[in-house]
Write a protein that binds this ligand. Structure first.
Ligand code: SF4
Length: 169
């Protein structure tokens, strides 16, 4: 059987999140539920059948809150030629988690920053989200993990691109 081309898949592995962003597109479905490990493994196994597959992307909610997150990353990285990327809000990335991701060789981590300190804290509903993000970026750098910053434009942060660029510098 000849399979059609499949280059990448993006999986919302959990609906859990530790932030409460006012602009969240998933706000109505955030909960303490997630896809079960075995169901995700089945999807991955099916995807691995495609020789054209180049990337698996985990997102959520906050994907790092899935109880089997590291194991799922390990399954992806056990496959040659398939890149692993993860979107995270960057709020609660422990040193151990980042060490594990670095050891596994995660290919890309996308972190969300949505304005200067006051705006980031306000938009995410957490008074310490900016400082936690800054601290976690330091650990990400110490572990030489390749990462990017993504921003959701809102009326509250549209004038703050310069401060986001300065954060990145
Ligand atoms: S971090 Fe993402 S999933 Fe969580 S509340 Fe914010 S936008 Fe929604």
């Amino acid at each position: 059987m000849i399979l059609p081309e499949l280059n990448s898949i993006s999986l919302d592995i959990t609906s859990r999140c530790n932030l409460q962003c006012s602009f969240c597109r998933n706000k109505d479905v955030l909960s303490n539920k997630e896809l079960e490990r075995n169901f995700i493994v089945k999807i991955l196994d099916d995807a691995f059948q495609y020789e054209s597959l180049k990337r698996i992307h985990f997102t959520g909610g906050e994907p790092t809150l899935h109880p089997d997150f590291i194991e799922l990353c390990r399954i992806v990285k056990s496959r040659e030629k398939i890149a692993l990327s993860v979107s995270s809000n960057g709020y609660d990335l422990s040193m151990n988690l980042l060490h594990d991701l670095a050891d596994l060789g995660i290919d890309a981590l996308s972190i969300s920053l949505n304005g200067n300190e006051g705006t980031q804290n306000k938009l995410t509903g957490r008074q310490n989200s900016y400082s936690r993000l800054r601290q976690n970026i330091t650990t990400i750098n110490e572990n030489s993990i390749s990462y990017g910053i993504r921003t959701t434009l809102t009326p509250q942060n549209i004038g703050q691109m310069q401060s986001i660029v300065e954060f990145c510098e």
